[in-house]
Design a protein around this ligand. Structure first.
Ligand code: SAM
Length: 281
């Protein structure tokens, strides 16, 4: 029997799991400790947690952090969390959908902000896209995700996992795999392996891009039609053909290449040329 008593709490309150909310609670205390150690939480940190469940991971974070705000969507978990974590005066519970929460308001004046979460799998990509592209001042995001998503995040050009998610995360962060986690660590058990990964925000994005909107539009168009050549895929941008051809030429990128062969530096170069050439239109 572990310190965090996830199973006992679930039984005590007769909690019913909702599959569509990605509710797989951690029952392995070592994994809980590895998440918080991997996140390098200190007494200076304000931690935001998404999806506290019955509060097992939350409790470990509360023991290490200055303050914790946890965002939970399931109304049935709110009274359980209030009761189980009532002894902590550094805990704030926010009953909201994390996709709609106002992170600027939650962060307020805090400067040392970290995100720590055992994410529901359906939320992984949309929440990471939101938290990174909306540029909140997180120092790091330590998350439990499906191992297949971790492969996509860390992918290099020319492999099938490489895509928009790899470029989004690599543009803003360095990535550190903390450890692999087997389905046995959860209740109920998911079908796939998971990974704890820490994303450390870079002081400046990895490459200099003058128009981030255009950069991510080019990336999305290139991977929407993976099998098409770049010159075909970029037709979706509705920029005159001559300008696109000139941008390829000036950035030394062969338009018959496919998007999945381009490095982040090449996407940046192509974006900056297109930005420069379309500015005067
Ligand atoms: N942190 C707990 C643990 O590790 O045992 C629970 C993790 S469980 C994988 C995911 C949690 O996220 C659940 O408590 C679920 O209700 C919550 N959740 C699902 N969708 C959410 C959303 N959109 N916003 C906030 N919380 C959400």
């Amino acid at each position: 029997m572990g310190d965090y008593k996830t199973k006992e709490i679930v039984e005590k309150y007769k909690f019913k799991f909702t599959k569509t909310l990605g509710q797989n609670f951690l029952v392995d205390d070592n994994v809980i400790k590895d998440i918080v150690n991997g996140a390098e939480v200190t007494s200076e940190d304000f931690v935001i947690e998404i999806g506290p469940g019955v509060g097992s991971l939350t409790r470990e974070i509360l023991n290490k952090a200055k303050r914790v705000a946890s965002i939970e969507i399931d109304k049935n978990l709110i009274p359980i969390l209030v009761e189980e974590l009532k002894d902590f005066d550094n805990f704030q519970l926010i009953h909201k959908d994390a996709l709609k929460a106002d992170f600027n308001e939650i962060i307020g004046e805090e400067t040392s902000v970290k995100l720590v979460a055992n994410l529901p799998y359906y939320l992984t990509t949309p929440i990471m896209a939101r938290l990174l592209s909306e540029k909140y001042n997180f120092k790091s995001l330590t998350v439990m995700i499906q191992s297949e998503v971790a492969d996509r995040i860390n992918a290099e050009p020319n492999c099938k996992e490489y895509g928009s998610l790899s470029l989004l995360v690599q543009y803003y962060c360095n990535t550190n795999i903390i450890r692999k986690v087997s389905p046995a660590a959860f209740l109920p058990r998911p079908k796939v392996d998971s990974i704890i990964i820490r994303l450390d925000k870079l002081d400046e994005p990895r490459v200099k891009v003058y128009n981030e909107d255009l950069f991510f539009k080019i990336i999305r168009s290139s991977f929407n039609m993976r099998r098409k050549t770049l010159s075909n895929a970029l037709k979706a941008l509705q920029i005159p053909k001559e300008i696109i051809e000139k941008a390829f030429e000036e950035s030394n990128i062969n338009p018959i290449r496919r998007g999945e062969t381009l490095s982040i530096e090449e996407f940046a170069e192509l974006t900056n040329k297109l930005h420069q050439l379309t500015k005067s239109l």
